[in-house]
Design a protein around this ligand. Structure first.
Ligand code: PLP
Length: 363
């Protein structure tokens, strides 16, 4: 046993913490801790999933061609430059495995998604965390952190858990300012919630060293299905496909995802509801005296006076059966990330927080 040692970096990995889903003794839990879709998923996706049950004995196709074709048609992209994975997490893992190794540097940002440093350490690379500017990614700080050992830069845009977003000009300046030997990963998990955003597709078309990742977990409400995709220059996709397991996606996954991506009416309905409820959340929080940046995603970051107040607010929400996300692990100890729910869900959160803040301010 003592002779069996893991690869460098692996024991430095802090396990990913997912949003809580249960409150003991409560049956009316409102889960707003994992940025799930309050409308569930498309009826068409569920029907396709059920229909796929007839084919459980069949191996899936290895090239994902029908799904890639559907994604390509809906998003106006070349299917030959698309790769699909077990969540976008798997696509991000392919990128790290293929392009970084022991001692290489992988740049992430102060409040960046916690999977990025986990993936870097998985291959023995060193995560380098650069500061943000008031919870926004700072392009100059990233460019200043690049060294000759930098292999990959990760940004989520919109970002999680801050919800903030860079302008197209800022992203362009980042892509243009990186050495051509550094890969920029533009994680577009929340793209569909940001009106007019293309997720980085245009950037990929202009720069051979950019990868866009997207997911079915957020607007399509298929987090439980585990499916995501990436888009990049053909030679990069060719590299990633070499380390992808041929049968990484099941028939049922691909069938449901294909139906989901084609159900643009459901997608648009989810985006509309989210935009309305997100505005309502932010305006109400600000009125209560809770800080809240403009969010471009399906959650808001509620900022309290200090970590103790955030903890007390979390306790008050839990008392009312509402689960949100503590984000101290993301360098935001005075904040809570709250997924935007449906009309009823948002009302419930705002009632609890309204009462909580009235009590605090009255005390
Ligand atoms: C939710 C999320 C993803 C999506 O992960 P999946 O593996 O596709 O479920 C990717 N990046 C960020 C920043 C996220 O918040």
């Amino acid at each position: 046993m003592t002779q069996i040692t893991p690869q460098p970096g692996i024991m430095d990995i802090a396990l990913y913490v997912s949003g809580e889903s249960r409150l003991p003794g409560r049956s009316d839990v409102l889960k707003l801790s994992s940025n799930e879709n309050p409308l569930g998923s498309s009826d068409k996706a569920r029907a396709a999933y059920v229909a796929a049950a007839g084919d459980l004995h069949r191996y899936p196709n290895t090239d994902h061609a029908p799904l890639r074709r559907a994604i390509g048609e809906v998003h106006g992209l070349d299917p030959d430059r698309i790769i699909c994975g077990v969540g976008s997490d798997e696509v991000l893992q392919f990128v790290v495995q293929a392009f970084a190794g022991t001692g290489d540097e992988v740049i992430t940002t102060e409040h960046g998604f916690s999977m990025y440093p986990i993936l870097a350490r998985m291959v023995g690379a060193v995560p380098v965390t650069v500061p943000e500017a008031d919870r926004r990614i700072d392009v100059d700080a990233i460019l200043a952190a690049v060294t000759d050992r930098t292999r990959i830069v990760f940004i989520a845009n919109p970002a999680n858990p801050t919800g903030t977003m860079l302008t197209p000009d800022e992203v362009q300046r980042l892509a243009g300012g990186l050495p051509s030997s550094v890969l920029l990963v533009h994680d577009g998990a929340y793209t569909e919630f940001a009106a007019g955003a293309d997720g980085g597709a245009g950037l990929v078309d202009r720069h051979p060293n950019v990868v866009m990742t997207r997911t079915f977990s957020k607007i399509h409400g298929l987090g439980g299905l585990r499916i995501g995709w990436g888009y990049a220059a053909r030679d990069i996709i060719d590299v990633l496909n070499r380390i992808r397991q041929p049968f990484n996606l099941s028939n049922a996954q691909m069938a449901a995802a294909e139906a989901a991506v084609r159900d643009t009416a459901f997608r648009d309905r989810c985006a509309d509801l989210n935009a309305r409820m997100r505005d309502r959340m932010r305006n109400s929080l600000i009125q209560m005296g809770i800080g809240c940046d403009e969010s471009f995603a399906n959650f808001v970051l509620a900022r309290f006076a200090d970590p103790a107040e955030a903890e007390a607010a979390d306790a008050a929400l839990r008392d009312d059966g509402i689960l949100v996300r503590r984000v101290a692990g993301y360098g935001l100890p005075a904040a809570l990330r709250i997924t935007v729910g449906d009309e009823q869900g948002v009302t419930r959160v705002l009632e609890t927080l309204g009462r909580f803040m009235a009590d605090r301010r009255g005390a």
